[in-house]
Design a protein around this ligand. Structure first.
Ligand SMILES: N[C@@H](CCC(=O)N[C@@H](CS)C(=O)NCC(=O)O)C(=O)O
Length: 409
């Protein structure tokens, strides 16, 4: 006991030795910079103790090269290990998103569902965000109640206790599990007949009567919300996928999904320079092309908002606050694209859409959960152009007249 106390006392009060560092690097000579002589605020904090210790061992400079190389290779191996769990990749290091397990098999599959449907989402997730937007636009809030999970410390989706899910004005916030009373989304998936041990992703549509996962693929869910539930929708007249635009919507999805929606993830989760270069080129070539297209068209398919716009919007609204920084989508910020930025504001200002965008929850979900990409857990400040006030500025998109449009990519 006394030896522990005295050694702590020694570390806390020792001064930087004037003698040479005890361990001198024998390996590669890395450039060494002086560390700033910062006075630690709390001498008992682990950081201060560590600083005192390292000062004692090798003086007030960067660690010896041999230590830097050892830590670097240990960290790289640990990083690759974590990334292989977080983001499965191909042999060339490209992110390969696993396929969704529970799909709705068109109108026939939808017809098998009971009328007791329940939606599980997480606010950071762009795929879940699609379902919240279409649910709101169609007026399905009463017909399809929602529970909002938040990322837990191990990355799985957890529900709040009812007390902690504090209302934040009009914006949607995390909640408890109002349907099954579980603490974790994994436990909800496991309630299904036959159990489940795969990935427990949001969005997830739960059939409460059949006690089963109805679907965990966002595009199937928004298709169902758009046209398969009109008898219970408060806004049945809105069609975000009218038959005459369906081929064009599908054409846009084929361009936007790999290059933008999944493209930002392919940048952020790339495990090799080649994989990153490929993803980032595809991403910005497509953004350039769409920015140009939007100079002649209010929405992707003309004057009408469609499912393709909803899918593009949920990536764009996260672009400057997350992907530009955390996923290294650095060539340009969204705010540098005049048409894409105004288009994003146009959709943000559609009644009910802003309430689905909880920026602090989105930023926390990425910066504090994706540990291998941000080990410090520090959440950067929100850029001013991404704040609610800036997104509420006039967009003037009503003046853009849509001509005869052809997808260029
Ligand atoms: N293809 C799915 C993707 C859903 C997805 O990847 N969701 C992520 C959040 S953004 C998730 O829940 N991940 C948890 C996990 O993989 O365990 C969809 O569009 O619905």
């Amino acid at each position: 006991m006394s030896s522990i106390v005295s050694s702590q006392f020694f570390f806390m009060h020792s001064t930087i030795p004037s003698s040479k560092p005890r361990f001198k690097s024998q390996a590669t000579k890395l450039p060494r910079m002086s560390l700033p002589q910062r006075k630690p605020d709390d001498p008992n904090s682990p950081a201060s103790l560590l600083t005192t210790l390292t000062n004692l061992v090798w003086g007030p400079s960067l660690p010896p090269g041999v230590l830097v190389s050892a830590v670097r290779s240990a960290w790289s191996s640990a990083w690759l290990l974590m990334m292989s769990q977080l983001a499965p990749s191909t042999s060339s290091g490209s992110y390969s998103r696993p396929a969704s397990r529970f799909r709705l098999d068109g109108p026939e599959g939808a017809a098998l569902l009971s009328s007791s449907l329940y939606l599980y989402v997480g606010l950071p997730c762009p795929w879940a965000h699609r379902t919240l937007i279409v649910r709101a636009l169609k007026g399905l809030e009463d017909a399809v109640p929602v529970s909002v999970a938040a990322p837990g410390s191990d990355g799985s989706w957890e529900f709040m206790t009812p007390k902690r899910g504090v209302a934040d004005g009009e914006v949607i916030v995390p909640t408890d599990d109002k349907c099954n009373g579980q603490r974790n989304l994994r436990d909800v998936y496991r309630l299904r007949r036959g159990g489940y041990s795969g990935r427990c992703t949001v969005p997830m549509l739960w059939d409460a009567e059949r006690k089963d996962v109805a679907c965990n693929e966002s595009y199937d869910i928004i298709t169902l919300f758009n046209s398969g539930m009109n008898s219970v929708a408060k806004n049945p007249g809105l069609d975000l996928c009218p038959p005459e635009l369906k081929p064009r919507i599908e054409e846009w999805n084929r361009v936007i999904y790999p290059n933008i929606n999944n493209g930002v993830y392919r940048c952020g989760f790339a495990q090799s320079q080649e994989a990153y270069d490929l993803a980032v080129n595809g991403l910005f070539t497509t953004l350039d092309m769409i920015d140009d297209h939007l100079s002649r068209s209010r929405y992707l398919c003309g004057d009408k908002l469609t499912l393709a716009d909803v899918c593009l919007f949920t990536t764009l609204i996260r672009f400057d606050i997350v992907y530009n920084v955390l996923f290294k989508c650095t060539k340009k910020k969204l705010v540098e694209y005049p048409n894409l930025h105004a288009y994003t504001r146009d959709i943000y200002q559609i009644p009910m859409v802003a309430a689905t965008c909880n920026f602090p929850a989105i930023m926390d979900g990425y910066y504090k959960t994706l540990f291998p990409l941000n080990p410090s857990n520090i959440r950067p400040v929100i850029p001013s152009a991404s704040e609610h006030e800036a997104l509420s500025e006039p967009h003037h998109r009503e003046h853009v007249v849509s001509g005869n449009l052809v997808i260029a990519a």
